[in-house]
Ligand binder design. Structure first.
Ligand code: ADP
Length: 246
């Protein structure tokens, strides 16, 4: 489908830790329906960029606009309510629950946010549909703690989707997954994209990101050194130099 309007606009973002510039003047924009990949070597600022967008960190300078609304320095919860949500890396707080009840709880929280009783009804059905969509319908009654690594990663996506994001951000979603698990995750992310949700994905694994993304951004030492279609970025000599340690 054609890409929509600019959903996220980031201008001149900066964040330092004890004098070290982790993010040094990054500007970017993301259109509705786009799948944006963010790559870069260790320590290049990928996670810090995510943390500044999601409200986990407050940037030192720069602006983050979501649908034209300034969300810079807003809380994580406020930003999530505005539609920008990141995956739960470790859904630890849900470990003693079943997969189905943890998703029901997450759907209930987001229905509660909407303050609508009507939205809270039908939650078990919605949870079932969401788990099926995420490919984990058959483990719905298992405790979260009993899930395989691959299934718990899919559950992480389901829990994030329960918040009804417009933009879903994933930080190294394929890390530690085997080939089968990583293919299942890539297929899910393609379905999420087709459902109209905009994706921003950080990963080291170019092979995972290449087929998934419309556009790749490359960070090095806190600055954007390249961006464009994956094939073009892969051929960029600056990117090769960074990745080969040149
Ligand atoms: P990446 O995700 O690309 O590996 P990070 O955003 O984690 O990069 O880190 C960027 C830089 O900021 C690194 O030099 C890292 O050591 C530093 N950094 C990140 N988080 C912190 C923190 N909480 N305190 C101090 N330094 C940090």
């Amino acid at each position: 489908p054609p890409l929509g309007e600019e959903l996220l606009q980031v201008t001149e973002l900066q964040k330092s830790f004890r004098g070290v510039r982790a993010i040094d003047g990054v500007s970017l924009s993301v259109r509705r329906g786009e799948v944006l990949g963010v790559i870069g070597p260790n320590g290049s600022g990928k996670t810090t960029l995510f943390n500044c967008l999601s409200g986990h960190l407050s940037p030192d300078a720069g602006r983050v606009l979501l649908r034209g609304t300034d969300v810079t320095d807003k809380s994580m919860d406020a930003i999530a309510r505005q539609g920008l949500v990141r995956t739960f890396q470790h859904p630890l707080s849900f470990r003693s629950k079943t997969v189905a009840s943890s998703v029901e709880l997450a759907l209930g929280v987001s229905a509660g946010r909407a303050r609508s009783e009507a939205a809270a009804t039908g939650i078990p059905d919605q949870a079932g549909a969401l788990l099926a969509f995420c490919g984990i319908g058959d483990v719905a009654q298992r405790p979260v703690s009993a899930l395989s690594y691959g299934h718990s990663r899919l559950l992480g996506v389901a829990l994030a989707l329960a918040a009804r994001p417009e933009v879903l951000m994933l930080d190294e979603p394929a890390a530690g997954l085997n080939h089968v698990e990583s293919a299942a995750l890539a297929a899910l992310l393609a379905r999420v994209c087709r459902a109209g949700i905009t994706l921003i994905v950080i990963d080291h694994d170019m092979a995972f990101l290449m087929p998934l993304c419309d556009r790749l951004l490359v960070l090095d030492a806190g600055t954007l050194i390249a961006q464009g279609p994956p094939e073009q970025v892969r051929m960029d000599p600056r990117v090769a130099a960074v990745y080969l340690g040149g």
